[in-house]
Design a protein. Structure first.
Length: 311
């Protein structure tokens, strides 16, 4: 058996990458930090027109994992992961699949949801099942590390649409999608840093030629190269309903979170004082990586899951 993406999957990824490059440059992400919603305003409808939102809902995880990786690389300030896993749980998902409404999830504990302030429907879940909230109250949470990933406390009553197994399956999809985004973020920060150290000169030579810099970036690259196949394996497992898919997702989320955090740390150190500047774009990706590494279970949570399975 040949474990590789098809030409169609790669072409879809390339088309989405071009869309993000055109519609979601760093300036758009920066604007999302200060606008009313933390979102782009136009990209959601573009994604619907291109069929990306529908694809995220209708295709298998292995078909869309590359798209989510690209959304991480662009630090897209839209609830792609939350929307894609929540919509199949709705009684009537057609409008959400078309992008007419936004659906987000409060699956991460204590009723906290990202992008809830601009959501039309919130789906909550836990061991007792999954509930759809059409009527809900939102209390913004101030001080989130990523200014474009707005967090809020959500409360309200809803309709039960699934049991505890449905919640666990949806949670795994959220962790998998976030792991893919973390791989994309790590790749973007590494690319930015390589470009910077190739141009920045000290003692008459590019700083990228210094051994200490090369080793630090090589460590980040190795971590990403180890995390990426774990993410792809988890996507295949979820698509094939593998009995150990939840375990594979935990392995992927732990490795992707660690790799993205290592890439962020290496990028910050190799940029020097420039990396601390708010005006420089690195922090947009670095802070998104910090936020997503902790979302949908951090590395410690997922390692504990793997440990229990092994022992």
């Amino acid at each position: 058996m040949r474990f590789a993406f098809t030409d169609e999957q790669l072409a879809f990824r390339d088309a989405v990458r071009e869309l993000f490059a055109r519609e979601c440059p760093p300036s758009t992400v920066r604007d999302a930090w200060t606008n009313d919603t933390g979102r782009t305003g136009t990209l959601w409808s573009r994604l619907a027109e291109m069929g990306v939102l529908g694809a995220l809902l209708e295709l298998r995880d292995v078909d869309v994992v590359l798209v989510l990786e690209e959304s991480g690389s662009a630090a897209v300030p839209e609830p792609l992961v939350e929307h894609s896993l929540a919509v199949p749980l709705l009684p009537d998902p057609a409008r959400a699949a078309a992008g007419d409404i936004t659906v987000v999830t409060a699956f991460e504990g204590q009723g906290v949801a990202a992008y809830a302030q601009s959501a039309d429907i919130v789906v909550t879940g836990g061991a007792d099942g999954v509930f759809v909230l059409d009527d809900f109250d939102v209390t913004p949470i101030l001080g989130a590390v990523d200014g474009s990933r707005r967090l809020a406390q959500v409360s309200g009553s809803g309709t039960r649409v699934g049991d505890g197994d449905a919640f666990r399956a949806a949670f795994d999809r959220g962790a998998l999608g976030t792991a893919a985004q973390l791989v994309g973020l790590g790749r973007r920060m590494l690319d930015m840093t390589v470009a910077y150290v190739s141009e920045r000169r000290q003692f008459g030579a590019p700083v990228g030629s210094f051994q200490a810099v090369k080793h630090r970036l090589a460590d980040a690259r190795i971590a990403l190269e180890f995390a990426r196949p774990l993410v792809y394996r988890a996507a295949w497992s979820m698509s094939e309903a593998d009995a150990e898919s939840s375990l594979h997702v935990s392995m992927a989320k732990a490795a992707a979170g660690d790799a993205a955090l290592l890439a962020a740390r290496a990028a910050l150190q190799c940029h020097g004082a420039m990396g601390y500047s708010f005006e420089y774009d690195l922090h947009l990706f670095m802070k998104r990586a910090w936020a997503l590494a902790a979302a949908w279970g951090d590395a410690a949570v997922h390692r504990a899951h793997v440990g229990r399975a092994i022992l």
